[in-house]
Design a protein around this ligand. Structure first.
Ligand SMILES: [Zn+2]
Length: 174
């Protein structure tokens, strides 16, 4: 266990570093929900926090939810929420023509392909979920946090990431 103080809300935390998923750079403060850099855990044990600190909370292992995609409303699209499921979801513009998308977004945005992006939800070894996003050979490409995804490029989604398909903005939440 490592003692650390949240840099945002100043709550004292005792973190079991062995329970944190490997490869993460931040974990969520259980009190204020803001990200605490994992690098802060390299602090020496016991530094700064007394064991009688009444704010001390035990951090449970991070378990990412299976996640959902929120479509932000604009002039062409109403707000919509789609829960993700384990496995591959193909997301695009809902159409009366036959299409392979498992999530169809109701929109007048014609620059969104009918099978625009692919999100694969996989279980990780720690019992949580990993969400992999890639462009599904769309005509107008996909912006992920303001960067175009390359052909065949796959990124791992984090809470609140922004995905733009056509002119429509989607938000990923765990
Ligand atoms: Zn906090």
């Amino acid at each position: 266990m490592i003692s650390v103080r949240c840099p945002h809300c100043n709550v004292g935390l005792k973190v079991d570093e062995k329970k944190l998923p490997s490869g993460i750079t931040t974990f969520k403060c259980p009190k204020c929900k803001r990200p605490i850099p994992v690098s802060m855990l390299s602090q020496k044990e016991g530094e700064g926090i007394s064991s009688s600190d009444s704010d001390t909370v035990l951090l449970h292992p991070i378990k990412k939810g299976i996640g959902q995609i929120t479509v932000l409303p604009d002039a062409e699209t109403t707000g919509q929420i789609f829960p993700l499921t384990e496995g591959v979801s193909i997301i695009g513009r809902k159409s009366s023509k036959p299409f392979l998308a498992t999530i169809g977004i109701e929109t007048a945005d014609r620059s969104m392909s009918r099978e625009h992006i692919r999100i694969e939800v996989k279980k990780d070894s720690k019992g949580g979920y990993i969400h992999c996003l890639s462009d599904n050979n769309s005509k107008n490409y996909t912006l992920y946090n303001s960067n175009y995804l390359g052909v065949g490029e796959e990124v791992i989604l984090n809470n609140n990431d922004e995905i733009i398909i056509g002119r429509t903005v989607l938000r990923f939440n765990e």
